[in-house]
Design a protein around this ligand. Structure first.
Ligand code: CMP
Length: 159
């Protein structure tokens, strides 16, 4: 159990489909805390860093081109075990196989057009957050609902 921050991108297809509000709403309702958000058009350089693990894959250039074509919404969400929680809400990569109830399962059919990116591991989250956000664009704040989202012992165990 660990208080974590994780990176989320609403990809160009999510923007085109008008799903930004729906996606934000799902994370909010879950009890995650939004600690950073911006709309940007990612450069080829940013995307090469972001997708470094895919640099030898056949789809690398297509993926970067698609991601650079339109603005994306970048967000940082915070919570206990947030990396795993967000990945579960997002669902598996291939939309048509993703579990119903997940974002990709409910709204997507494609592999490339899978609406959203979520960090896979805590170290990826740290690297990805640093690609898009400066430290003064990330916020720590008390939310009035914190005390009904977690029990005190859960917060204590994470501090
Ligand atoms: P994501 O898991 O967020 O990060 C890597 C992305 O590459 C993945 O989402 C898909 O959007 C994309 N992707 C994965 N496999 C393929 C593929 N075979 N062809 C095109 N794009 C892919």
């Amino acid at each position: 159990m660990n208080m974590q921050r994780t990176a989320v991108l609403v990809k160009p297809d999510g923007l085109q489909r008008g799903l930004i509000g729906e996606i934000i709403s799902r994370f909010e309702r879950k009890g995650l805390k939004l600690v950073g958000m911006k709309m940007i058009q990612m450069s080829d350089e940013m995307l090469s860093d972001w997708y470094a693990e895919h640099k030898d894959k056949s789809f690398f250039n297509d993926l970067k081109e698609f991601m650079a074509e339109l603005p994306i919404i970048a967000m940082v969400w915070e919570g206990i075990d947030a990396v795993m929680v967000v990945r579960r809400l997002v669902g598996t990569t291939l939309g048509r196989e993703a579990e119903g109830g997940s974002i990709r399962g409910d709204f997507g059919m494609s592999q490339q057009y899978n609406l959203i990116h979520a960090s896979a591991k805590e170290e990826d989250a740290k690297r990805e957050i640093a690609i898009v956000f400066n430290s003064n664009e990330l916020f720590s704040y008390h939310s009035v609902i914190d005390s009904v989202i977690y029990a005190q012992y859960e917060v204590k165990e994470c501090s």
